[in-house]
Design a protein around this ligand. Structure first.
Ligand code: R5P
Length: 314
């Protein structure tokens, strides 16, 4: 019996990521026909038969609401057509930031979203999800959920591109990423204090940086979205260290609301670099090899668990 290669189906816009993962894994990219009916409902047809095969749906989930139903329908179609196991590779995992009830009556959407995905798929792989008040994905996901950490990749980029870096986290939440990045870059780090007063209202205060003259500040965060966190940190830094090297901004997930990149440049960022979990002009750090490694482990573990009967060609 010949083991059949895993099959990856991309959500629209994720074709390049799926092809690169398939190349790294000797997997096949499946063909999908997906379109909207005139009434706005979604039509999905898998043109590559998933029966008996391990399937991964490749779909990064920035600005997720329009992507969720297509994602659920793709995964559901693979299951309906007899896929052995069907998982989701979401380089950016949405709905991780509303991880608590901050005001009475609020939905904790991180948990609700995890519930939806846990019903739709057999496993999930993502890159550096926003784990803060929820410490582990397993706390909210009921299927195996792997968080791939890319601090080493960020650290390596900094080593190769910034001289004498001082790694700076804009808030206490960033300590977990910043400490790993600093270790990978063999650089010192500090963490600033942030008070978020609203979606668009952020106050940041700096510690005493007099001991770091001559260093290049490198602001590191997991996400740049509205940009208010990065902008507030950047402006404070420029005020405090105007004579020093302009700061470099590094982030994992390039959500970037409209105009944010330009505002960071205008506020004095020397350079803005992100990973390619979300396609953006600032992408300069490639996560595909790290994602491929996690995916290879996932497919190998599924085969070892004895799903093998279904997962082999007749
Ligand atoms: C904080 O919770 C996160 O680590 C980021 O600092 C935050 O999500 C960035 O969001 P924004 O760009 O909207 O300030």
């Amino acid at each position: 019996m010949i083991a059949r290669a895993p099959l990856l189906f991309p959500l629209p816009g994720n074709e390049t990521m799926a092809e690169r993962l398939a190349l790294a894994l000797d997997a096949e990219v499946g063909e999908v026909a997906m379109r909207d009916f005139p009434d706005g409902e979604t039509y999905v047809r898998l043109l590559t038969d998933p029966a008996g095969r391990q399937v991964g749906i490749v779909g990064t989930l920035a600005r997720p609401n329009d992507k969720i139903l297509p994602l659920l329908f793709l995964a559901g179609a693979a299951r309906q057509l007899g896929a052995a196991r069907t998982g989701i590779i979401a380089a950016y995992l949405a709905y991780m930031r509303q991880d608590a009830r901050f005001h009475p009556g609020e939905a904790i959407t991180a948990r609700l979203f995890a519930d939806v995905i846990s019903r739709a798929a057999d496993w999930l792989i993502t890159i550096d999800p926003h784990l803060h008040r929820i410490a582990e994905l397993d706390t909210i996901y009921r299927v195996p959920a792997t968080a791939v950490h890319v601090a080493e990749l960020l650290g390596a980029w900094i080593v190769g591109n910034v001289s004498q870096p001082l790694i700076i986290g804009p808030d206490e939440e960033s300590r977990q990423w910043v400490s790993g990045v600093a270790a990978a870059a063999s650089a010192p780090f500090v963490v600033l204090s942030k008070v978020r007063k609203g979606d668009e209202d952020v106050d940041i205060s700096l510690p005493d940086l007099t001991g770091y003259q001559g260093y290049t500040p490198v602001l590191v965060d997991d996400i740049i979205s509205s940009g208010h966190t990065m902008l507030a940190a950047l402006r404070q830094l420029r005020r405090a260290t105007a004579a020093g090297a302009p700061p470099v901004c590094v982030a994992v997930h390039a959500l970037f609301d409209a105009g944010v990149h330009d505002r960071l440049v205008a506020a004095g960022a020397a350079r803005i670099v992100t990973t390619n979990t979300i396609p953006h002009t600032s992408n300069g750090i490639d996560v595909v090899p790290a994602l491929a490694t996690a995916l290879r482990d996932q497919f190998a573990a599924a085969a070892d668990r004895g799903g093998a009967l279904n997962e082999r060609a007749p």
